[in-house]
Design a protein around this ligand. Structure first.
Ligand code: NG6
Ligand code: CA
Length: 491
């Protein structure tokens, strides 16, 4: 194929729980992130880039389907043994690229479920990323704090000894007799949990859920970063001569935060800072690979995060104590789980050497838009019901205009939706705690409507709902309209 005319490679680097203020290029001073900063200085840094949700599963669902997560009631934080929530019959972003000749791969965190229920981890798995558009996958099933703590390649658990089968349950009533747990054997832990995370102990760290067996296949938390990075490098190297799409879902800085030896103590912020530095190292390794292969100018790279930041997310890892003056969400209010902007406004960088000019963009844009944008990039037009909420933001991603979205729905937890319209944010009245006490997150729940103007109040301090009842009414109606329509894309 003539390389100058071919479609570009596409890489999505997707961090887990990285906040708007966690990177040097977004103003952080206490965590060294030279590689991502380099990516930003060569590319386009978005000030208003959003995940669709303040937690992982729904955000990733949107990224891969171009659909708002609340359209699928199963798109909420999943257990590690949950069935797959992407219906293999619906169009997906990787399948759309596959159809025009891309080699597609995922490395890292999945968290969209596997199989069709009652999964037997010891056989070939029927529903995996390979059934929704990925040619190859090397993943963890859910999160690094959930069992089973094993890697999966395509349809199989990696390194499984058939004599030592894996069993998994998320039900304490079915917990495996004789298996130590954080709840009953805290003396065996090298990192204590602070809330939840008190079931099976793997590598001295108790997790969510119970597992037995599969000992030869267990991952090592300290080498997880290198393992995924090597697989990402291998994928890029193997496919350097053709258009490829790599979704590299980094596991940092999600809990448990356990850096490899090279990054232990890399920052003064404790493990949370150290694993962000480690994640930056992975990005650097991948960028170096692209440079060494001479394909950086043929590769569009997106960097972002699935949701906002949290300090104590369930382990006593000193994240709060060592945080100092660092602001994980920067100037934003709230964080992971929140309906405030800190939950969903995240680092968002687009880089394509020689094609995207180094700049910053104020355009409003969401991960849900990758689908339609990549379709446009590859000359494909979408069916009306395909990727129903994805807007073609290609010109915005390429930095040709800042004329981004006019409106966007985002959600906190429990599919509680918030409407962003131009500079306004409308949060409807919601029942529930104002603050989640374990994580100390301001969730955004309040008995009265909230209305903020981000152009003058990025920290969402001043509720203007009483002063602007007409805008509240208009945005409430528009939100209802989107929630009851089959797609929000009109063209
Ligand atoms: C929560 C977990 C949290 C994290 C989150 C999912 C407890 C108490 N908290 O339920 O630690 O795993 O789920 O994070 O168990 S996410 O980034 O994958 O959405
Ligand atoms: Ca996450």
């Amino acid at each position: 194929m003539n390389t100058s005319a071919r479609y570009p490679n596409i890489i999505i680097l997707y961090a887990d729980d990285l906040g708007f203020g966690d990177l040097g290029c977004y103003g952080a001073t206490d965590i060294p992130t030279p590689n991502i900063d380099r990516l930003a200085s060569e590319g386009l840094l978005f000030e208003q880039g959003y995940a669709t949700a303040a937690t992982c599963t729904p955000s990733r669902y949107s990224l891969l389907t171009g659909s708002y997560p609340w359209r699928n009631p199963q798109a909420a934080i999943l257990a590690g043994d949950a069935p797959m929530i992407i219906d293999p019959a619906i169009p997906t972003l990787p399948a759309m690229l596959q159809a025009v000749g891309y080699k597609t791969g995922i490395v890292g965190k999945w968290h969209l479920g596997l199989g069709a229920g009652n999964l037997d981890w010891n056989r070939d798995i029927s529903l995996t990323p390979n059934d929704v558009g990925f040619d190859s996958s090397f993943i963890m099933a859910a999160t690094n704090d959930r069992v089973p703590c094993v890697y999966l390649q395509d349809r199989k658990v990696v390194g499984l000894d058939p004599q030592d089968p894996i069993e998994v349950t998320y039900d304490w009533d079915k917990a495996f007799p004789g298996q130590p747990t954080g709840r009953h054997n805290p003396e065996r832990l090298r990192m204590m949990y602070s809330h939840g995370h008190d079931a099976s102990i793997i590598n001295g760290v108790s997790r969510i859920g119970h597992m037995r067996g599969g000992r030869a296949a267990l991952w090592n938390d300290e080498t997880m970063s290198d393992t995924f990075c090597r697989k990402a490098v291998d994928f890029v190297t193997a496919n350097q001569d053709r258009p490829f799409f790599l979704y590299y879902a980094l596991h940092q800085p999600h809990v448990p935060r356990i850096p490899g030896p090279r990054y232990k103590g890399a920052t003064s912020l404790g493990p949370r800072g150290d694993v962000i530095a480690e994640m930056d190292g992975c990005v650097g390794t991948l960028l170096d690979t692209l440079e060494n292969l001479g394909i950086k100018e043929q590769t569009l790279i997106l960097f972002s995060s699935d949701n906002g930041p949290v300090l104590d997310d369930g382990y006593a890892d000193q994240a709060r104590e060592c945080n100092g003056t660092h602001k994980p969400a920067g100037p934003l209010r709230g964080g992971k789980y929140s309906m405030f902007d800190g939950g969903t406004r995240v680092p968002f960088i687009a880089s394509w050497l020689g094609t995207i000019k180094a700049d910053q963009s104020q355009a409003l844009i969401s991960h849900v838009d990758f689908y339609a944008s990549f379709a446009a990039l590859t000359g494909q037009s979408l069916q009306p019901d395909e990727a129903p909420d994805s807007l073609n933001m290609l010109e915005i991603l390429l930095g040709k205009t800042e004329d981004g979205r006019e409106e966007l729905l985002v959600e906190g937890t429990q599919a509680k939706t918030v409407l962003r319209h131009k500079d306004w944010v409308y949060i409807p009245p919601y029942k529930g705690h104002a603050i989640e006490k374990n994580t100390q997150t301001e969730l955004g729940n309040a008995p009265d409507p909230q209305l903020y103007n981000l152009s003058m109040d990025i920290g969402q301090i001043r509720n203007l709902a009483n002063e602007q009842p007409a805008i509240v009414e208009e945005l409430a109606a528009r939100r209802e309209q989107i929630l009851t329509s089959k797609h929000s894309r009109t063209s």
